[in-house]
Design a protein around this ligand. Sequence first.
Ligand code: TRP
Length: 365
Amino acid sequence: MAKIILTGDRPTGRLHIGHYVGSLRRRVELQNSGLFDRIFVMIADAQALTDNADNPDKVRQNITEVALDYLAAGLDPAKTTIFVQSYVSELTELSFYYMNLVTVQRLQRNPTVKAEIKMRGFSESEDGSDNKAGTPVGFFCYPISQAADITAFKATTVPVGEDQEPMIELTREIVRKFNSTYAPVLVEPDILLPDNAACLRLPGTDGKAKMSKSLGNCIYLADDAQTVRDKVKGMFTDPLHLQVSDPGHVEGNTVFTYLDAFCKDEHFGKFGDCFVGRKSSFSFKNLDEVKAQYREGGLGDMMIKNFLAAVLEDTLGPIRERRAEFAKDIPAVMDMLRKGSLEAREVAAQTLAEVKQAMKINYFE
Ligand code: TRP
């Protein structure tokens, strides 16, 4: 069986380093591994509209931003089909048929959607009266549309963050239900989680559980070098590490979480001088040695932050440069998306035809 990847992002903002370590970096590795027959990466504008119906400009603008982030991170349109969800209208059609295979009760149990409804203030008011918020039906159903995204391409592998686990589980249920009710047309996908625990969900610079635009705690791929340095300087560390000489905590210390996600041993050769100071100097060979010293005391937050800033710049600098290059020719970026969307549409149309045949709604063939 062909090995096929499908994954994607909602275009509601520029991508940040949480996206990078959580998914983007891995996608580029998978793309270049040669282990997959086809790779599809989707800009999920239709899904973004499920909770941004009143803000089409935001979604539209972010199509290009996200495409630039993809190209900058190293996705290559020659190897990966990058496309826009709404252009592939077959996905909407598939969603409508899958809706019959899922209960409202099943959707209501989806922990990710539950958390998102709460975060967005969509929940009903206490007395059950109709408040102005409420949950858009489209938003409530987006996990079903996500199953359509995945199955339309017969994806075997879906590289996503852990918060997407309930969506993949639902997709698998839909596939089993469809295949047993109609005919074995669809493929059950496997989730591919990030391999480094620090990357499962990178916290915000303020130490809060998640990087999010609304919390203002993100480092963006498009941020310039000075902005990244400033954001690192203001980062949350260990509130108990008041004096340099105090023993420090590494767990829950955001600076160390970022180092876990970005730091390689070679960085100590390159940026070791960050640990040379007026009062004390260290010569570390790897991150474990830094952690040990921090726990013991005597290692100041400033040194580690300087080191982290250098480590981040080592990764983000080249990405930023590539992004600026691609941004010089937006029509070329749009053309790449258009071509990818046409390609994606052909594949989805084939699956939809098989689905309709299995469902016996191919009356005129
Ligand atoms: N829900 C994903 C996110 O918020 C985006 C997405 C839409 C997706 N459809 C998908 C991811 C299909 C993987 C597979 O980032």
